[in-house]
Design a protein around this ligand. Structure first.
Ligand SMILES: *Cc1c(COP(=O)(O)O)cnc(C)c1O
Length: 810
C-alpha cells in the first residue's frame, strides 16, 4: 500500500478526535494506540470489502479452518508489516513524538489458545491470506483467554486473562449475521401422509453473534476473515418477573448461564476433559459457523449438491468433529436432501487434522450426555455409525474385534476421532513420523479400510511473525546479504548456505544474536530485576508444561552440572543461562510441581556465589506469543527433548531453527525433518528413538529403579529433590519422585539421562569453536524455509482443498 506520511498524520489526528475528542498532547498512550489501530483498520476496510465481493462474484472456493483455538498474539505490528506501512507509520509517529513500540506494547495478546495447536491455526490464517487463498477462520470469541500465569513463591497462580478489557480495535460485531443454535429438547421422526420429517421441539435457542477480524495478506490486497462467535440470549437478558419482585440476581441469572458458553477458553492441553460446557462450546461454534457458510453459499445460486466444489472445512483436531453430523443435519432437515447425497457432499467437504496420539487426549463423549444436549445430532451420529458398521461387516465379516475397535459409538461413548475420520475425505497427521505412527499403529485399522485417506502435512510457522517481525536484526542482515526475495519465497533462505563458512558473515550473524541477547537482558533487568549475563549461552525450553515434554530431564542436567561445579568451582565451562517458560494446566499436579521444582532449583543455583555465576536459571512468567517473540531470537540452544513418539510435530522447534539456534533433539515429531534438512552435523540428537520407545511400551524391559540404583548422578539428584537440599519441604516433589521411581518413569527420563548429558557436553564443545558454531547457525537458518507455513498451506491447498490463490484486484 502506498501511504504518504503527511496523510497518515492527518488520518491519525482525525481519528483521535473522532474517537476521543482529544489532541495528541492530551491523549493517553491507550487512546493513541486505539486511534492508531482504528486508522490501520480503516486502511484495511476497503480491501476487506472488495475481497469479499470478489470472492463471491468469482464463485471462488472458500476454505474454512474450524478451530476451538486461535492463539493470535498481538495484531498491530503484523498488520502494519503485512500492509507494508510499518516504516512509514513509525517515522510519521516519531515526528509527532510518539514511539510506535510503546503503542504496540499496549495491545493485549489475543490468547485464545493453549499452545501449538492454537498457534498453528493463527499461522495458517496468516499464510492463507498471504498466498491469496480465500481461507477463513471460525472459532469462539472467548471473553477470557488462557489464564495469565503469575509466579508466587515459585508456584503458578492463575489469574483471569481479561484481554477484552480495552476495546478490541480489530473486531467488528456483525449482529445482523447472528444465527440461532439449538440445545436440548427432544427430537423424533414424524410421518405425515407418507412423508417423513424431523421434529425438534422444546429446545433452548441460543443466539450466536459473530465478531469478524480482518486477516491481511503480506503484500496482497486479500483481506480474509476470522469469524469468532459469541453466545447471547435471544431477547431474554432480564427476567422481568424476578426483577419486579426484587430478585435482581435471579433476574440476570439466565443471561449469565447462556453467556458462559463463550466465557472462557478451557486451559486444557492434551488432557481429556469430559465437561458438558466443553461439548456446548464445540457444537455452538460449529453449528453457527456451518449455518453462516450455508447462508452465504445459497446466495450464489448453485445447487447444494455441489457444495464441496465451493467449500472446504478443515477440522483442527477432533474439537470441531461434530461438524460432520451438523452439516448432515442442515442438508437433510433444513434443505431436504436425501441421506446418500448429503453424505457425499459432507464427506467431500470435511477434512480432519489429527494432532496427537496420546490416548488420554482422544476425545470421547458419553452417549447419555451427548443425546440429552444434542438429541437430533445424536440420531444422525447413530445412523452414520450404523451404516459405517454395516460396511465394516461386509468387508471384515465375522471380525467383531476389529469392528468394535473401529465403530464410532462404543461402550457408551462417542469416539470423536472416529466420527471425524469416517466423515472426512482426508485425515492428516502433522509430521512425517507422526503420520507413520498413525498409519501403522493408532489408526492402522482405518488405514487398511481407507487406504488413501491418511496423509501427511508437516506443520509450519509463519516466517513473517517469527522472523521478520520478531527478529528485525536478523531479517535485515539476511536481506542485506541475499536480497529480499526470501520474504515472498522463504525457501530462498537456502541462498545463505553459501555464506556458512564465510568468516565475515559468521561474525555478522554472531553479532545479531549478541545484540538480541543484550537487549533481552536489559528488558529482563528492567521488568523483573534479574541480572543475566548476555554473553552466557542462552539455552531455552519454552512450551506447555507436560510430562512428555520432559522439562524434568532439562532440570536434571542442570542439577548434574551444578553438582559438578560445586565440587570443582574452577571447572572450565562456558557460562550458561537456562530459560524456561511454561504454563501448567491448573488441575495437572505433576506439571505444577515441575514449575515449583524449576523455581526452587533456580533460587538455589542463582543464590550460590561459589559457582562464580557460571550457571543461571530463569523462569519466564506467563509464557505466551509475545514472550516467545522476545526470547526465541536470543536463543543459542533450542530444547526439543520430548519422549520420542509423543510430540506430534512441535512448531517451537521450527521457530528456534529459523532464528539460528542449535537444536538439542530427540528424534520426535518434526525434529526428524529438521535433522533431514540440516544434516547430522548441524543438530545434536540424543535418546531413544520412537521405535525403541514403542517397543518398550509393548514388550516391557525398562526398569527405572535400575538406573536410579546404578547411576550415582541420578541417585544424587533425585535425593536432592527430596531431602531438603532445595530449601523446600521434603515431600514437596513427591509426585515427581513417585512418577520416576514407583511408576517406572513412563516418559523414559532416567533412561535418556546419560545420553542427554552427553548431548549437552557436545553443545559445550561445539560452542567453544566459535566459527563452527556460527556455521551451524547459518545452516539452520538457511534450511528453515521449508518450515514456513506458506509451504504447509500450499500442500493443504493442492492436495486436500483443491484451491488456488485468488489475488484481489483493487
Ligand atoms: C509455538 C508456540 C507453542 C508450541 O511450542 P512447542 O514447543 O511446539 O510445544 C506454544 N506456545 C506458544 C506461545 C507458541 O508460540
Amino acid at each position: 500500500m502506498l501511504l504518504d506520511k503527511e496523510i497518515f498524520k492527518k488520518d491519525f489526528k482525525r481519528k483521535l478526535i473522532t474517537m476521543f475528542s482529544e489532541e495528541i498532547g492530551e491523549a493517553s498512550s491507550l487512546h493513541k494506540y486505539l486511534a492508531l489501530g482504528g486508522v490501520v483498520k480503516e486502511y484495511m476496510s476497503e480491501k476487506w470489502m472488495k475481497t469479499n465481493k470478489q470472492y463471491t462474484e468469482g464463485n471462488n472456493k472458500q476454505i474454512y479452518y474450524f478451530s476451538l483455538e486461535f492463539l493470535i498474539g498481538k495484531l498491530l505490528e503484523s498488520n502494519l508489516i503485512n500492509m507494508g506501512i510499518r516504516d512509514i507509520c513509525d517515522e510519521a509517529l516519531k515526528e509527532m513524538n510518539i514511539d510506535l513500540i510503546d503503542l504496540e506494547n499496549i495491545e493485549k495478546d489475543a490468547g485464545l489458545g493453549n499452545g501449538g495447536l492454537g498457534r498453528l491455526a493463527a499461522c495458517f490464517l496468516d499464510s492463507m491470506a498471504s498466498l491469496g487463498i480465500p481461507g477463513h477462520g471460525c472459532g469462539i470469541r472467548y471473553k477470557f483467554g488462557l489464564f495469565e500465569q503469575q509466579i508466587v513463591d515459585g508456584y503458578q497462580i492463575e489469574v483471569p486473562d481479561n484481554w477484552l478489557k480495552h476495546q478490541n480495535i480489530w473486531e467488528t460485531r456483525k449482529e445482523d449475521k447472528a444465527v440461532i443454535v439449538k440445545f436440548g429438547g427432544n427430537s423424533y421422526i414424524s410421518e405425515d401422509n407418507g412423508k417423513l420429517s424431523v421434529v425438534h421441539q422444546d429446545y433452548e435457542p441460543i443466539l450466536a453473534v459473530p465478531y469478524d477480524i480482518p486477516i491481511v495478506g503480506y503484500n496482497k490486497n486479500n483481506v480474509n476473515t476470522l469469524r469468532l462467535w459469541s453466545a447471547e440470549t435471544v431477547d431474554k437478558d432480564l427476567n422481568l418477573e424476578y426483577f419486579n419482585s426484587g430478585e435482581y440476581l435471579k433476574a440476570v441469572e439466565y443471561k449469565y448461564s447462556v453467556e458462559s458458553i463463550s466465557q472462557v477458553l478451557y486451559p486444557d492441553n492434551s488432557n481429556k476433559n469430559g465437561k458438558i460446557l466443553r461439548l456446548k462450546q464445540q457444537y455452538f461454534f460449529v453449528s453457527a459457523g456451518l449455518q453462516s457458510i450455508i447462508k452465504r453459499y445459497k446466495k450464489m445460486n448453485v445447487s447444494l449438491e455441489r457444495l464441496h466444489e465451493y467449500i472446504a472445512v478443515q477440522i483442527n483436531d477432533t474439537h470441531p468433529a461434530v461438524a460432520v453430523a451438523e452439516l448432515m443435519r442442515i442438508l437433510i432437515d433444513e434443505e431436504g436432501m436425501n441421506w446418500d447425497i448429503a453424505w457425499n457432499v459432507t464427506t467431500n467437504t470435511m477434512a480432519y487434522t489429527n494432532h496427537t496420539i496420546l490416548a488420554e487426549a482422544l476425545e470421547k463423549w458419553p452417549v447419555d450426555m451427548f443425546k440429552k444436549l444434542l438429541p437430533r445430532i445424536y440420531m444422525i451420529v447413530e445412523e452414520i455409525d450404523r451404516r459405517f458398521c454395516s460396511e465394516l461387516m461386509s468387508k471384515y465379516h465375522g471380525d467383531w474385534n476389529r469392528i468394535n475397535q473401529m465403530s464410532i459409538i462404543h461402550d457408551g461413548n462417542i469416539r470423536m476421532a472416529h466420527l471425524a475420520i469416517v466423515g472426512s475425505h482426508s485425515v492428516n497427521g502433522v509430521a512425517k513420523l507422526h503420520t507413520e505412527i498413525l498409519k501403522n499403529q493408532e489408526l492402522s485399522n482405518f488405514n487398511n479400510f481407507y487406504p488413501k485417506k491418511i496423509n501427511n502435512k508437516t506443520n509450519g510457522i509463519t516466517h513473517r511473525r517469527w522472523l521478520i517481525k520478531s527478529n528485525k536484526n536478523l531479517s535485515g542482515l539476511i536481506t542485506e546479504t541475499i536480497g529480499e526475495s526470501w520474504i515472498e519465497e522463504p525457501i530462498k533462505l537456502k541462498e545463505l548456505e553459501k555464506y556458512s563458512k564465510d568468516t565475515v558473515f559468521q561474525e555478522k550473524i554472531a553479532q545479531v544474536k549478541e545484540n538480541n541477547k543484550i537487549n533481552f537482558s536489559n528488558y529482563i533487568k528492567q521488568n523483573y530485576n534479574i541480572d543475566i549475563d548476555p554473553h552466557s549461552i542462552f539455552d531455552v525450553q519454552v512450551k506447555r508444561l507436560h510430562a512428555y515434554k520432559r522439562q524434568i530431564l532439562n532440570v536434571m542436567n542442570i542439577m548434574d552440572t551444578y553438582n559438578r561445579l560445586r565440587e570443582n568451582p574452577n571447572m572450565d565451562i562456558t557460562p550458561r543461562t537456562f530459560f524456561f517458560g511454561a504454563k501448567a494446566f491448573p488441575g495437572y499436579h505433576f506439571a505444577k510441581q515441575t514449575i515449583k521444582l524449576i523455581n526452587s532449583v533456580a533460587s538455589k543455583i542463582n543464590n550460590d556465589s561459589t559457582i562464580n555465576g557460571k550457571l543461571k536459571v530463569v523462569f519466564l512468567e506467563n509464557y505466551g506469543v509475545s514472550i516467545a517473540e522476545k526470547i526465541i531470537p536470543c536463543a543459542n540452544v533450542s530444547e526439543q527433548i520430548s519422549t520420542a513418539s509423543k510430540e506430534a510435530s512441535g512448531t517451537g522447534n521450527m521457530k528456534f531453527m529459523m532464528n539460528g539456534a542449535i537444536t538439542v533433539a530427540t528424534l520426535d515429531g518434526a525434529n526428524v525433518e529438521i535433522l533431514e534438512s540440516v544434516g547430522e552435523d548441524n543438530i545434536v540428537k540424543f535418546g531413544l528413538n520412537a521405535e525403541e520407545v514403542i517397543n518398550y511400551y509393548k514388550q516391557g524391559g525398562y526398569i527405572s529403579t535400575e538406573i536410579f540404583n546404578n547411576d550415582p548422578r541420578v541417585n544424587r539428584i533425585l535425593t536432592q529433590f527430596t531431602d531438603g537440599f532445595l530449601n523446600v519441604a521434603k515431600d514437596e516433589f513427591n509426585d515427581i519422585y513417585h512418577d520416576l521411581i514407583y511408576n517406572n518413569d513412563e516418559y523414559f527420563v532416567l533412561k535418556d539421562f546419560d545420553s542427554y548429558v552427553n548431548a549437552q557436553n557436545k553443545i559445550e564443545q561445539l560452542y567453544r569453536n566459535h566459527s563452527r558454531w556460527q556455521e551451524m547457525c547459518i545452516v539452520n537458518i538457511a534450511n528453515s524455509g521449508i518450515f514456513s507455513s506458506d509451504n504447509t498451506i500450499r500442500q493443504y491447498a493442492d492436495n486436500i482443498w483443491n484451491v488456488h490463490g485468488v489475488p484481489v484486484k483493487l
